[in-house]
Design a protein around this ligand. Structure first.
Ligand code: SAH
Length: 302
């Protein structure tokens, strides 16, 4: 059973919804539905979700506990995974998080259930702990990043996913750039690299992994992955104190990088390398991600 301090620490390590920023988990629980997307609203389990909705944090720990009766009930009612994944995407479309047809398609194609640890509800719009002080980002953050990068994920293009974690976004990138393109994940926890490869093998991107247009590597993502550079799209799944120069160097002119930058206060930055090589940066939204750091620093206290 996860204790309260774990829950709080974990709650601080998630990506905030684009709609409402700088709110912590506790605050989010008290927001109306349109702020915090309740993706299971129509299932019987959702009755339990909404009745937990007004409770304070200690009860919320039930939601984060893989062994709880609550989760067992959720699994019991979850039914057909493919339909539930589709429903999750439809909810994100309904709430205006996904406006791109292509992004909806790829998120429907890559079933999130293959990427979350056993006992974790896959279709709830929340980040989930994946071990090693890391999380799988919430579906709305995956959707946001895919949309920001969509133009740079055309067939044949090269995409780099730094801090690839579960491999979910790497798989989405690979499907979007196709077999003529190249999708590379870099993750510094070897166990996560191994499990992400297993996850990808179960999902719709498996043939691309087999054919070699998708690969995941163990390494310090702050150095990028020069072998397949330059990249049309770079996604960074962990917050950097500042934008690492090697990632800027490996961005193609005309390329785009999406990277959370900051420590306690973080902004999701959209970095465009113009055709003349100059760089334009804008802030998309405030977020909370795990830090882009050294392996030792990340595993401290784990
Ligand atoms: N997009 C991923 C996010 C995982 S959380 C997903 O949704 O599954 C961020 C990941 O960044 C963690 O897995 C963490 O281990 C990794 N990470 C942090 N610092 C890193 C670094 N310097 N190099 C590579 N990976 C790093």
């Amino acid at each position: 059973m996860m204790n309260l301090s774990t829950v709080i620490a974990y709650g601080c390590r998630y990506c905030t919804p684009p709609i409402k920023q700088l709110l912590n988990y506790t605050t989010l629980l008290h927001l109306p539905h349109h702020h915090h997307l309740h993706l299971q609203r129509r299932s019987p389990a959702s009755i339990f979700y909404s009745s937990f909705n007004n409770l304070k944090l200690p009860n919320f720990s039930l939601l984060l506990t893989g062994n709880s009766l609550f989760f067992r009930m959720e699994r019991f009612w979850s039914g057909n995974g493919v339909n539930k994944n589709k429903q999750m995407v439809e909810h994100l479309q309904h709430y205006g998080v996904i406006s791109s047809k292509k992004v909806a398609e790829v998120m429907e194609t890559v079933d999130r259930a293959f990427f979350v640890p056993d006992g974790t509800p896959p279709y709830v719009d929340s980040p989930m702990a994946i071990g090693y002080n890391a999380t799988i980002s919430a579906p709305h953050m995956h959707a946001t990043c895919l949309q920001l990068l969509e133009e740079n994920l055309q067939p044949g293009m090269h995409a780099l996913d730094v801090g690839s974690g579960t491999g979910y976004l790497t798989a989405c990138f690979a499907i979007m750039v196709g077999r003529q393109g190249r999708a590379v994940g870099v993750e510094h926890i070897p166990e996560l690299v191994a499990s992400s490869i297993e996850n990808i093998k179960k999902c719709a991107a498996a043939p691309l992994l087999k054919e070699g247009s998708l690969s995941v590597h163990t390494g310090d993502g702050r150095q990028g992955w020069p072998e397949c550079a330059p990249y049309d799209a770079i996604h960074v799944g962990a917050a950097a104190p500042e934008i690492p120069q090697p990632l800027l160097d490996q961005l193609k002119p005309g390329g785009r990088m999406v990277i959370p930058v900051g420590n306690i206060f973080q902004d999701l930055k959209v970095v465009d390398k113009n055709l003349d090589g100059s760089i334009s940066i804008r802030s998309e939204t405030s977020v909370r991600y795990v830090p882009l750091t050294s392996r030792d620093a990340q595993l401290r206290g784990y």
